[in-house]
Design a binder for this molecule. Structure first.
Ligand SMILES: C[S@@+](CC[C@H](N)C(=O)[O-])C[C@H]1O[C@@H](n2cnc3c(N)ncnc32)[C@H](O)[C@@H]1O
Length: 289
């Protein structure tokens, strides 16, 4: 069945494999009891390929090289957005949560949600079909709707509205593990379309890389893996607050390793935002004005 997934869809299995590994660690930042079954053999195979290609190694001069720690990054990302979504969901005004895309994320099944929450999982049809199969018999802990769509298609908004999303009620949207697979113009187009569906006071969050992360030699091994799979990283931004600001959000951003996004697990130095040319990832969040 996973043979029917294309390259970017298969990254959902990779992410689930990372969550499965994290869940087995003594110092885990969360427990995802469904991650292993969601990842399947394909997810573990992809993770193995990523590890093989990006393991720290010494060049002939004795210099050690490597790329940022993907397992630690992924663990921080999951935990950061777990906490973010749970915090925002407690706001009695916020009745809708939208994961765009949901991939093999199991927050609807592994976390508790307030009774007033309606939880939408958006992704391509093949991903959601596989997820449903792999989670059969596991009830979601929230009023839950899966919505099969392509976020670059001309009319996905109608599919979401038909599924029961109400644009004039406050919502929280999470664009996790998506934006770097899209061209810059597609990122803007999707953010504009999402913003148009969000009532004032609604929240949005996403993870992003900066532009140097797409070109630096010390990122090459990681970038080559994704490009080799057929889902290259295509875009990044050096000003995530401005990116969201351009679509009507008051935004803030934090880098893994900074206060609030460290969890004692970020292994790399975090250069100040004034330093140019270094690789970065951002967790950006905004409020719809
Ligand atoms: C790295 S996974 C992240 C999924 C999830 N947010 C997580 O963290 O586990 C990327 C997901 O983006 C989805 N995706 C990529 N492009 C998409 C598009 N144009 N429309 C809908 N989903 C898309 C893929 O199907 C895949 O499930």
């Amino acid at each position: 069945m996973t043979g029917t997934l294309d390259a970017v869809e298969r990254t959902a299995l990779l992410t689930a494999a990372l969550r499965a590994v994290e869940s087995g660690r003594a110092d885990r930042l969360y427990t995802d009891p469904y991650a292993a079954r969601l990842a399947g053999d394909t997810g573990l195979k992809l993770l193995g390929e990523l590890r093989d290609a990006t393991a720290p190694r010494e060049d002939p001069s004795g210099e050690r090289s490597g790329v940022p720690s993907t397992p630690d990054y992924n663990a921080l990302r999951t935990r950061f957005f777990d906490d973010y979504l749970q915090r925002e969901a407690r706001d009695p005004q916020t009745s809708q949560i939208v994961l765009a895309p949901a991939g093999m994320d199991s927050r609807a099944h592994r976390l508790d949600w307030p009774a007033h929450t309606r939880y939408f999982e958006l992704d391509r049809p093949a991903v959601l079909a596989l997820k449903e199969q792999r989670l059969r018999g596991v009830p979601p802990r929230v009023e839950h709707r899966t919505v099969a769509l392509d976020l670059t298609a001309p009319d996905w908004e109608n599919t979401l509205l038909t599924a029961g999303y109400t644009p004039d009620r406050p919502s929280v949207w999470l664009l996790e593990g998506l934006l770097y697979y899209l061209r810059h113009d597609e990122v803007h187009r999707i953010l504009g379309r999402v913003a148009a569906l969000m009532a004032p006071g609604s929240r949005i969050a996403a993870d992003l890389v900066n532009t140097a992360a797409l070109t630096r030699p010390d990122m090459r091994a990681l970038l080559d893996v994704f490009a080799g799979w057929g889902c290259p990283w295509l875009s990044g931004t050096d000003d995530p607050e401005a990116l969201l600001g351009a679509h009507g959000f008051r935004a803030g951003a934090v880098q893994p390793g900074e206060p609030g996004a460290d969890f004692g697990r970020w292994p790399d130095p975090v250069p100040p935002r004034t330093e140019t040319g270094v690789r970065r990832v951002f967790f950006v969040h905004g409020v719809r004005q």
